[in-house]
Design a protein around this ligand. Structure first.
Ligand code: PLP
Length: 410
């Protein structure tokens, strides 16, 4: 028999290139051929002159790390100084500080994977909103879990807590446990940040459900550092839930430290204040076992770098100032978008900060195709198109909105 057909059935017809990367490649090819292309596909922050935005403080920290130390293996669960710094970053000013177990993961992606395999049985479905970051589905399916969604927004455009409740109850009835994944603030792809009232209602619901079955809430904080200043924080919700609902946080340096390629992240699991040492050990062992059974250990130079930036007062202050400039750069685009989109009458969710915003349409594929003909690239979703404002200078946003508005109908 030929060895060309030995893939197991589930692997024999996987989708190829990620659609976002494919669209990005198409936009780049047309730009390289001399066309004036506006590329709003890719989820990384670019400066107005089209360079990847980076933070010099991070490079300075990286250069200061001893080469031999960086070249060695890191502990399976991650460097202690990195994990301590991440937990401090997550819990500063809250009561949660002594109530976290964290492990290092390759980015937020690894954190989501680690959560899925430890808080869902094989065959169970994770629950997230109907607009979602595609890899959630891939991570679930690939690990023998499944994927379920609830309607993201109600008729008034608000986060649909009632729909969440229906799906959560259905899953609990079927599988006896719940893993809810919420990406907030600055949800990818919609740009939506849950407000304090919505977080409170979600909290009420999860507390109620936790009386019926084990409930886990994974907060995907990938864009947290880019939220508008008045955005509701997630910590009060975590403080309220901890001990009854298993709260997890996916932390990543990809955006917060503009280190997408360094693959530095962490999963933090919060436990009750009176958790026994055995409980802490079981959590730490479970999360660490997954590290060992997948990527083994993480990027040592990256962990040491982030620990240094977070722990060294001078580097820390610089990193905050540098990130502030990046947030301001993005905020100019957010303001420009809101101005133009309101004038053009586009339908889109509340958007106050973050890398992306989505505009609702019944014809996403047609809209994307028509805009492409005019040299403007963005990503089709189910019921919307996603604009990566992280990649589009403020001066190009009038063109982006105008082209989108005129491409909505064929
Ligand atoms: N979660 C969301 C919603 C994202 O958009 C991303 C990155 O695009 C991630 C998590 C994780 O990215 P990384 O694995 O690079 O940290």
């Amino acid at each position: 028999t030929s060895s060309d057909h030995t893939l197991v059935p589930a692997s024999s017809d996987r989708p190829g290139d990620d659609p976002i990367f494919r669209l990005n490649a198409m936009a780049q090819a047309r730009a390289a051929a001399g066309e004036d292309v506006l590329n709003a596909t890719l989820g990384a922050l670019f400066t107005d002159d089209g360079q990847l935005a980076v933070m010099p403080s991070v490079y300075d920290a990286m250069r200061s790390i001893d080469g031999r130390r960086a070249a060695g293996y890191a502990p399976i669960r991650g460097q202690a100084e990195f994990l301590d710094a991440v937990v401090r970053d997550l819990t500063e000013g809250t009561t949660l500080a002594g109530q976290a177990i964290a492990v290092a993961t390759p980015g937020g992606t690894g954190a989501v994977y680690n959560a899925i395999v430890n808080f869902l049985e094989p065959g169970n479905a994770l629950l997230t909103s109907s607009f979602y970051w595609e890899p959630y589905g891939i991570l679930a399916e690939h690990s023998g879990r499944r994927f379920a969604t609830f309607r993201n927004f109600d008729e008034s455009g608000a986060f649909d807590v009632a729909a969440l409740e229906v799906e959560a109850r259905r899953l609990i009835a079927r599988q006896g446990r719940l893993l809810l994944v919420l990406n907030t603030p600055c949800h990818n792809p919609t740009g939506y940040s849950l407000d304090a009232g919505e977080l409170e209602r979600i909290g009420d619901l999860l507390l109620e459900l936790s009386g019926e079955a084990p409930v886990t809430l994974l907060l995907d904080l990938a864009y947290e550092k880019f939220a508008a200043p008045h955005t509701a924080s997630w910590q009060p919700l975590a403080e309220r839930l901890v001990g009854r609902v298993q709260v997890l946080a996916a932390w990543t340096a990809s955006k917060a430290f503009t280190q997408y390629g360094s693959r530095i992240g962490a999963l933090a699991a919060f436990h009750s204040a009176d958790a026994t040492p055995e409980t802490r050990e079981h959590l730490a062992n479970a999360l660490g076992y997954t590290c060992r059974g997948t990527w083994s250990n993480c990027n040592n130079l990256g962990m040491l770098t982030v620990a240094k930036v977070l722990n060294d007062p001078e580097l820390r202050a610089r990193s905050i100032a540098e990130r502030g400039e990046l947030v301001a750069l993005l905020d100019d685009r957010v303001q420009a978008f809101n101005r133009e989109a309101a004038a053009a009458g586009l339908a889109y969710p509340r958007y106050e900060g973050g890398f992306f915003v989505s505009v609702f349409t019944d014809d996403p594929d047609g809209t994307v195709a028509r805009a492409q003909d005019k040299g403007v690239f963005f990503v089709p979703l189910d019921g919307a198109v996603r604009l990566a404002l992280c990649a589009t200078p403020a001066v190009t946003i009038p063109r982006l909105v105008e082209t989108l508005a005129s491409s909505l109908e064929g």
